[in-house]
Design a protein around this ligand. Structure first.
Ligand SMILES: [Ca+2]
Ligand SMILES: [Ca+2]
Length: 246
């Protein structure tokens, strides 16, 4: 006790130095972890993104998909397991350890990463009368019967309050898309992610996943333009969802 009192100044200085070193160590440690994070995300063999050196880039070369590289494979509402992949002519082929190929219909998303990527599995739900009232208000018109509208309910920002994502597509008599929109509705706040009149694009929400470990989900949207299917990632920038990867 006397020793501490006697050398109070040195004890305080030593403690501050120690705390400083511990904090600096954890900052350097965290920085080192972030530097080493890598991920590949591939959708349908149509598009892929790679995270490396703290940035995302498009994947153009799929030759690296060797037999040792196992990906976690998903549809929007199902996790299939781990498979090796082949990409050929914009198609994705997944093989198990016996080299049997995965039989699937529709869309597949696959990722391989050395950090946690959280995937939210969901089913599309039909809209109800209350949704119609909300949507009438949002798009300021009476919803006609040539409309395809679905919703997905999810807590996008991890605040324990659920958001509703509305997916709307209107068609005219020739099945031409006359309006396509994706909205996020949170109590009485709505946000337009995409919304286009007189468009040939048909948008849908295909995957919901957290690709960057910030506990907030990104949205993977598909856009169908005539027969041309493409995907892009939208991320909440803090001021709403914005195009992040394409
Ligand atoms: Ca929420
Ligand atoms: Ca995120």
């Amino acid at each position: 006790m006397n020793f501490i009192k006697k050398h109070k100044k040195y004890v305080i200085a030593g403690s501050i130095l120690l705390i400083y070193l511990v904090v600096m160590y954890f900052i350097a440690y965290r920085s080192d972890i972030l530097d080493k994070q890598t991920a590949d995300i591939i959708i349908d063999g149509i598009i892929g993104w790679r995270y490396e050196d703290r940035q995302w880039n498009n994947i153009y070369d799929y030759e690296y998909l060797d037999d040792d590289n196992y990906f976690k494979v998903y549809s929007h509402n199902h996790y299939y397991g781990e498979y090796t992949l082949r990409v050929n002519n914009n198609s994705l082929y997944a093989f198990d350890t016996n080299y049997d190929s995965l039989q699937y219909e529709g869309s597949l998303m696959a990722y391989s990463s050395n950090y946690d990527i959280n995937v939210f599995l969901f089913d599309y739900e039909m809209i109800n009368d209350n949704d119609r009232l909300i949507l009438n208000d949002i798009i300021n018109s009476n919803l006609n019967y040539n409309m395809s509208a679905n919703k997905v309910i999810v807590d996008l920002d991890n605040d324990e309050s659920l958001e509703t994502i509305y997916i709307l597509n209107f068609y005219d008599d020739t099945d031409y898309v006359t309006f396509s929109g994706i909205y996020v509705y949170d109590e009485d706040l709505e946000e337009v992610i995409v919304g286009e009149y007189l468009t040939s694009f048909e948008y849908n929400v295909c995957y919901i996943l957290d690709i960057d470990e910030d506990n907030k989900y990104e949205l993977v949207l598909s856009s169908l333009y005539y027969n041309n299917l493409n995907y892009s990632v939208y991320k909440d920038s803090g001021k709403g969802y914005e195009l992040y990867l394409q």
